[in-house]
Write a protein that binds this ligand. Structure first.
Ligand code: NAP
Length: 254
């Protein structure tokens, strides 16, 4: 039997990039996947189609995580999607993947961008967890997508790096808090992965080579490189791993 059969997984920001890769992988492992997105409905539907074409189950639902009513809209959409499929309004896995970048160097910062990045990258995951605690079943899994930028200096995007530092701290605290329920909470930290988030940094062969050179393997990461590690963390095999930060950067900071 598929190892996530009977489980429901939510992946935020699953319309594109790493989130789509995680949604595809967890669906391939047998989970029903709730594909959350912010703006790009066509892309979210493409994620769902891709899952279904491979025999998996998924549905899409929208919530702009920068909006003040993000959490209410999120759970209303999730509950509606589950009800439509005749499923219970609970879930087993939450992957907090949705994220925004682009804060710039310290002299380029604005309070508006700071507030937006903290809303999407920090406030939303924290309150999605808080409001999801009565729906998340005991023995469940939370995986937060952090970044290598919390362990190596990344002055190009200082606010972004700060938001991911908060994600690491949240991961540690909640792992202790939720352990008694058998829920694990871990963070995965990608280095450069080829997604829309860094498309502007990959427009020339020289630029691509420079990003690839960060990894000891000499290439830029693929969403599947991250998704495979998330699949481990949400599996029964990872039941004894919690509160951890897993570097999934292809050895970028060695
Ligand atoms: N790519 C990298 O090199 C890299 C490295 C380290 C960490 N990460 C982290 O990995 C995660 C995924 O990044 P990615 O590279 O896959 O990014 P991406 O391709 O730009 O996709 C971002 C995803 O987040 C969603 N999202 C963004 N803003 C949102 C909002 N306000 N409300 C709701 N959803 C929103 C997007 O939804 P829509 O499609 O609907 O807009 C999309 O699904 C992020 O947390 C990022 O910080 C990425």
């Amino acid at each position: 039997m598929a190892r996530l059969a009977g489980r429901t997984a939510i992946v935020t920001g699953a319309s594109r990039g790493i989130g789509r890769g995680v949604a595809e992988r967890l669906a391939a492992d047998g989970a029903l996947v709730a594909v959350h997105y912010g703006r790009d409905e066509d892309a979210a539907r493409a994620t769902v189609r891709g899952v279904e074409e491979r025999g998996g189950r998924a549905f899409a639902f929208r919530s702009d995580l920068a909006a003040p009513d993000a959490v209410d809209v999120f759970y209303a959409g999730l509950d509606a999607g589950l009800a439509e499929l005749g499923e219970e309004p609970g879930f087993d896995i939450l992957v907090n993947n949705a994220g925004a970048s682009g804060s710039g160097r310290v002299h380029e910062l604005s309070p508006e961008v700071f507030d937006r990045l903290f809303a999407i990258n920090v406030k939303a995951p924290l309150f999605l967890i808080q409001r999801g605690l009565d729906r998340l079943r005991d023995g469940g899994r939370i995986v937060n997508v952090s970044s290598l930028a919390t362990r190596t200096a990344f002055p190009e995007s200082v606010t972004y790096a700060m938001t991911k530092g908060a994600v690491d701290t949240m991961t540690l605290a909640l792992a202790k808090e939720l352990g008694p329920r058998g829920i694990t909470v871990n963070a995965v930290a990608p280095g450069f992965v080829a997604t829309d988030m860094n498309a502007r940094r990959r427009t020339t062969p020289e630029a691509r080579a420079a990003l690839a050179a960060h990894s000891v393997f000499g290439r830029i990461g693929d969403p599947a490189d991250i998704a495979d590690v998330v699949a481990f963390l949400v599996s029964d095999e990872a039941r004894w791993v919690t509160g951890q930060y897993l570097d999934v950067s292809g050895g970028s900071a060695l």
